[in-house]
Design a protein around this ligand. Sequence first.
Ligand SMILES: NC(=O)c1ccc[n+]([C@@H]2O[C@H](COP(=O)([O-])OP(=O)(O)OC[C@H]3O[C@@H](n4cnc5c(N)ncnc54)[C@H](OP(=O)(O)O)[C@@H]3O)[C@@H](O)[C@H]2O)c1
Length: 281
Amino acid sequence: MANKLSYNDRNRLITRYGRWALVTGASSGIGKEICKQLAESTFNLIIVGRNEKHLQNLQSELLAKYNVDVEIVIADLSQEEEVHQLIKKTSQKQIGLAVLSAGYGTSGSFIDNPLSDELNMLDVNCKALTILAHHFGNRFSNNMTGGLVLLGSLVSFQGVPYAAHYAATKAYVLSLGEALHHELKPHGVDVLTACPGPVASGFGSRADMKMDGAMRPEDIAVPILKSLGKKSVILPGLLTKILTYALRTVPRWGKVLIMKKVMTDMTKHQKSVRLVNTLAK
Ligand SMILES: NC(=O)c1ccc[n+]([C@@H]2O[C@H](COP(=O)([O-])OP(=O)(O)OC[C@H]3O[C@@H](n4cnc5c(N)ncnc54)[C@H](OP(=O)(O)O)[C@@H]3O)[C@@H](O)[C@H]2O)c1
């Protein structure tokens, strides 16, 4: 699939959701690529993240290429107060589209990981997303128009041993998004939950997962934006579709076992299993 939006797609998006879009997780990966596609579609952008340098670089790139406004908001979304500050700082802007891409994963044995790391991820992936979805859901409903994009994952659909809590946060996002799609539709608000498979971004190194054969952010960003307003859930990218198709007849308990094997290969757990096996020889 082409990794650019067509003229008609860009026109549809700006007509339905313009002129301002807010994107969390804009400093890297999928969120950053969505910003590029939206800027090309002539959206003005509020780009959100913690890494000021990365956001400034993106701002400069978009200002140089497109005739749009780009404003930076630095926010650590694991801190509830900063989520509310983000809402306050952007309350005067005519935002018609919110893309909630900020998120990250943990991996390895759940009980061996520090609880504080797991709770921090829960705050970013679920709590901040819920606060922002509630805020923009209300705001867009009052205007009788708007678009909300949530980032789930292929791991949303079953338990994933050795990424147990990350997969649980993404199951939360999928369940919330699927239901909000129907609740907000009568208010003129489009809600889309995107569930990609592996994407080469900052995600792999932060989650300590090997991402061999992963898709590119542009393979994901374009189908997500194309599907907004048309679908409730999307499995963006060819690899995502192939992986889903390959497992379509497997019962949920079987998918959990397959994901255990996949994640064992992808995570540091594999390294410790290898080490234990080596030491046992
Ligand atoms: N990559 C994959 O394989 C994959 C697959 C399925 C779903 N997803 C989901 O897609 C979304 C985007 O991931 P990605 O692949 O683009 O990863 P990425 O390149 O690591 O980007 C993650 C983004 O989240 C932001 N973020 C993380 N913690 C934050 C915090 N405490 N406060 C504010 N922002 C924070 C980061 O910004 P700062 O560092 O500037 O704070 C960064 O912009 C995530 O929700 C992820 O779970 C990814």
